[in-house]
Ligand binder design. Structure first.
Ligand SMILES: Cc1ncc(COP(=O)(O)O)c(C=O)c1O
Length: 447
């Protein structure tokens, strides 16, 4: 085994295809339903919002899908991203574990989000779309799409969740640098935003609300599309470049993970690191333990119900079967804004139901302590979302120490950030959760 700290792939070894887990699943996930007819949606139902190339990726069962050359060209600005062996962290923890992290913070926006933003901007441009409306939580996705829009000449309009808009003014400036327009959500720009503000004038906003606003704008105009930064199959697909690179880099390290860890908001960076390993396992390869880490204050995988629900609060999206806290649930305004989503990607939810992944939901202060500890040894300050993965990876490394076992732990350091203010643990309102779950749409079991 080598004693390197960084495993770097040459540009020529950047994967040429995304990996589609749908091809290897033992059973397909339940279909996406039209909210009116409760019948499976067809491509035409989605056409007002997405270009046909992305809709076809959404339903594809091909194992590999080519990364278009113009997308590869942009990826080359920062990809392949480095894989680090966290030797200093291991030393500090006095653990026999081998800890590896894939660092997605080297992208222009500082997170994994450009992996799909660039692809989505490319396909929209190809389809002749002039403008894209989107939502953003912490601002990472909005920043990524703003960057991608600038490269492909597409106007970008971003509805940013109010609490993050107030906490992170520099994020708005970042998006504006790329020419995007950033609006605090709920806003007066949409009918749905006006409705929310009329009932809750001091609403902190949520991803569910911001999605409704962006979908409303896109649905109302033929030259405007909508883009989602997580949850959907095509978004998860684009992120698989992360795990594919990691497989090649671990080969350089002559190692293979026993445990793969990722934080989960809507599920995309987790899918990016984990799906290629899960796929290899499903094709007869080595078994890996895969751990999804979500915030205790928004615990869709660990506390949510596996049910059909809307992807947004305004009930404008199709119905997807996922682990959900209810689309009316507004999570408390904790710091990891990118993890404040009521649902979970249908593919990730399906894996949980199949028993192929585990989920944990630590409190935010313990995640921040883990992030600070990591930063003080490895020198990278993780994004608040990524702290959740750091926390679970450290917990696994401590378990190795207690058991006297050396396991290889791989986690996705999906972005860099900074820590601001004093944090306390936030718990959600149990009564509000019960109410949101009671309001789930009723869908016949056979649907
Ligand atoms: C840095 C970072 N990590 C994670 C997430 C959560 O999203 P996902 O679960 O799709 O990776 C976000 C979302 O905004 C983010 O900005």
């Amino acid at each position: 085994m080598s004693d390197s700290v960084k495993y770097l792939l040459d540009e020529t070894r950047m994967p040429r295809r995304w990996y589609n887990l749908m091809a290897d699943l033992p059973s397909p996930p339940p279909p996406v339903l039209h909210p009116g007819t409760l019948k499976p949606v067809g491509p035409d139902d989605l056409a007002p919002l997405f270009p046909m190339s992305l809709i076809l990726q959404e339903v594809s069962t091909e194992r590999e899908i080519d990364v278009p050359e113009p997308v590869r060209d942009v990826y080359r600005q920062w990809r392949p991203s480095p894989l680090f062996r966290a030797r200093r962290l291991e030393e500090a923890l006095q653990t026999p574990a081998r800890i590896y992290y894939k660092y997605e913070g080297v992208s222009p926006a500082g997170s994994h989000k450009p992996n799909t933003a660039v692809a989505q901007a490319f396909y929209n441009k190809e389809a002749g779309i002039r403008k894209i409306a989107t939502e953003t939580g912490a601002g990472q996705w909005g920043s990524a799409l703003a960057f991608a829009g600038a490269l492909f000449g597409i106007e970008i309009m971003v509805f940013m969740v109010r609490v993050s808009y107030d906490q992170k003014p520099y994020r708005r400036a970042f998006m504006e640098t790329f020419g995007a327009r950033c609006i605090a959500s709920p806003s007066m720009e949409t009918r749905f935003g006006q409705h929310v503000l009329a009932t809750t004038p001091d609403s902190t906003g949520s991803l569910g609300i911001a999605i409704s606003e962006a979908v409303e704008v896109a649905a109302g105009s033929s030259d405007t599309n909508y883009a989602l930064g997580s949850v959907l199959n095509h978004v998860l697909l684009h992120q698989t470049i992360i795990g594919q690179e990691a497989i090649a880099q671990l080969e350089m390290a002559d190692d293979y993970p026993d445990i793969v860890v990722g934080c989960t908001g809507g599920g995309s960076n987790f899918a990016g690191i984990a799906f290629p390993f899960i796929g290899a396992q499903l094709r007869g390869g080595r078994k890996v333990r895969v751990v999804a880490v979500e915030p205790a204050a928004c615990p869709s995988l660990t506390r949510g119900r596996y049910a059909y629900d809307f992807g947004d609060t305004g009930k404008m999206t199709p119905l997807v079967k996922m682990h959900t806290l209810g689309s009316a649930f507004v999570p408390p305004g904790f710091h990891a804004g990118g993890l404040r989503y009521h649902g979970m990607a249908p593919l990730v939810s399906h894996l949980k139901e199949l028993g192929l992944i585990e989920a944990v939901a630590p409190q935010q202060t313990s995640c921040f302590q883990a992030g600070v500890f990591f930063a003080r040894h490895e020198g990278i300050v993780p994004a608040p979302e990524a702290n959740h993965a750091v926390k679970a990876a450290i917990d696994e490394a401590i378990r190795c120490k207690e058991e006297g076992t050396s396991r290889a732990i791989l986690f996705n350091l999906c972005g860099h950030g900074y820590f601001a203010g004093k944090l306390s643990d936030r718990s959600y309102d149990e009564a509000e959760l019960a109410m949101a779950l009671a309001g789930l749409p009723s869908v016949p079991a056979q649907a």
